[in-house]
Design a binder for this molecule. Structure first.
Ligand code: PEP
Ligand code: MN
Length: 375
C-alpha cells in the first residue's frame, strides 16, 4: 500500500499558475443569463486574480426533487461564457456519462465531488473513462475525514494515466454542530502535503464555512498554511441562488477578499531564518523531552499493568481515568490551554497506556500456554 503519487505541477495546466490559483464561479449553472453575467462580472472585478471558472452542471443533492442542475444543455453556456473572457472552465463529474458529455463539449478541467470520492467503485469507473485523455482533474476530499480514501481516489486516477491532478480540501462532515458547515480539520490536508509534497492542494472555503462571512478568514488560513489555491463560490445574485445560497459571494466581494489576502512567502533570507532556526532548535529539544517523558510514562504504565494482572483488576479504571482528565484540564486551563486540546491529548496517551498494558496481559496468556505445555 502507499507509494508515490506522481503528478505534474499546476504550471502544466495551461493557466497563469501564480499563487494562489483561484477558481471561482457559481455553485450551479441555473440558466444562460445567470452564468453569462456571473462570468462577465468575475472577469470584470477579479481579472488577473481568477484563473479558472467553476460551475456545477449536475448537482448531487441530499434529497430528491430538489434542483439537480441543468444538465448537459448548460455545458455550451459555460464553455462560451468562459471562452468569452479567456478563462478555462471546470465542472463536476460523477459518472462516466458525465465525463463523456463534458469532453464532448470541450470542458477544460473536471472535478470529483466529495460524495463521489467516498465510493471506490464510482471512482474506478470514472478513472476508466478518463484513460487516454489528458484533462486536468481536481479531487475533493471524501465527506468523511478519511485520508486513505482520499489518497486511494487519487491513486486510482494516477493509475489510469491522469497526470495533472490537484486535491481540493472542502472540509469534513461532522455529526456535531459547529460554526462550520464542514469543519476544516487542517491536520488532514497538512498530512496529505507531508506525504505527497508535489501534489497541489486547493482549499474550498465556501463548502468548509457554509457561510459568507467565514470565506475571508478561511482563505487567509489556507494561504498562511501554504496551500496552493482557493476554490470560491461566487455568483451574480447569491441570495437568489438555487443551491448553496448562504455561502456564495458576489464577484465584487470576491475581488475585495482576494485583494486583501496578506502576502505570504515560502522562503526567508539567511538573517530571517537565523532567528527562526534558533526557535526551531528549542522546539526540537522540547519535542525530544516530550518523547522521553511519554516513554517514561509508558514504562510506569506497564508496571501498573503487572500489578493489575496480579490483582485481577480490569485494565480500564473509569474513576482513575476521570481523575486524570479532570486534573489535567484544571492545571492546563490555568496556562491557557483549551479543554478540548487537553482531552484529545490525554485520550491518545491513555489509549497508548492501555495498549501497553494489554500487551502485558497478552504475555501472561502465552506464559499460561507455556505452563500448560510443561504440565
Ligand atoms: C460543489 O462544489 O458545489 C459541491 C457540490 O461540492 P462538494 O462536493 O465539496 O460538496
Ligand atoms: Mn456548492
Amino acid at each position: 500500500m502507499g507509494g508515490e503519487i506522481q503528478v505534474l505541477p499546476l504550471s502544466s495546466w495551461g493557466i497563469n499558475a501564480k499563487k494562489p490559483i483561484v477558481i471561482a464561479g457559481p455553485c450551479s449553472v441555473e440558466n444562460e443569463t445567470q452564468i453569462w453575467e456571473t462570468i462577465q462580472s468575475i472577469s470584470a472585478y477579479c481579472h488577473n486574480q481568477v484563473q479558472i471558472i467553476r460551475a456545477g452542471i449536475w448537482k448531487p443533492r441530499t434529497r430528491p426533487n430538489m434542483f439537480e442542475g441543468v444538465g448537459e444543455k448548460g455545458l455550451p453556456w459555460i464553455k462560451q461564457a468562459s471562452a468569452a473572457v479567456g478563462l478555462p472552465v471546470a465542472v463536476e463529474v460523477a459518472s462516466p456519462e458525465h465525463v463523456e458529455r463534458a469532453l464532448k463539449h470541450k470542458i477544460d478541467i473536471l472535478w470529483i465531488g466529495a460524495r463521489t470520492t467516498v465510493s471506490p467503485f464510482a471512482i474506478q469507473e470514472i478513472a476508466n473513462a478518463l484513460k487516454g485523455t489528458d484533462i486536468p482533474l481536481m479531487i475533493k476530499n471524501p465527506i468523511n475525514p478519511d485520508i486513505e480514501l482520499w489518497i486511494g481516489a487519487i491513486e486510482r486516477f494516477t493509475a489510469s494515466g491522469v497526470k495533472r491532478i490537484a486535491a481540493v480540501h472542502r472540509g469534513f462532515s461532522m455529526y456535531e454542530k459547529t460554526i462550520y458547515r464542514n469543519p476544516p480539520m487542517w491536520e488532514i490536508p497538512i498530512e496529505l502535503r507531508r506525504r505527497y509534497p508535489e501534489l497541489p492542494i486547493i482549499v474550498d472555503p465556501s463548502h468548509i464555512g457554509g457561510a459568507r462571512d467565514l470565506i475571508y478568514v478561511l482563505s487567509q488560513q489556507a494561504m498562511s498554511l501554504g496551500f496552493d489555491g482557493l476554490m470560491i463560490e461566487s455568483s451574480i445574485d447569491p441570495d437568489k441562488a438555487l443551491t448553496d445560497a448562504k455561502q456564495q459571494i458576489t464577484p465584487w466581494r470576491l475581488a475585495e477578499i482576494l485583494s486583501s489576502l496578506p502576502e505570504t512567502k515560502q522562503h526567508l533570507s539567511d538573517q530571517e531564518s537565523g532567528q527562526l532556526n534558533s526557535l526551531r532548535d528549542r522546539i526540537d529539544i522540547i519535542d525530544d523531552c516530550l518523547i522521553d517523558l511519554i516513554n517514561e510514562r509508558m514504562v510506569i504504565a506497564k508496571s501498573i499493568g503487572e500489578v493489575k494482572k496480579e490483582q485481577r483488576l480490569t485494565l480500564y479504571q473509569p474513576e482513575r481515568w476521570t481523575d486524570i482528565v479532570n486534573r489535567a484540564i484544571e492545571k492546563a486551563r490555568k496556562k491557557g490551554l483549551s479543554d478540548d486540546f487537553i482531552l484529545k491529548l490525554f485520550q491518545q496517551i491513555h489509549n497508548e497506556s492501555i495498549h501497553h498494558q494489554t500487551k502485558v496481559t497478552e504475555q501472561s496468556g502465552s506464559e499460561i500456554k507455556q505452563n500448560m505445555n510443561t504440565l
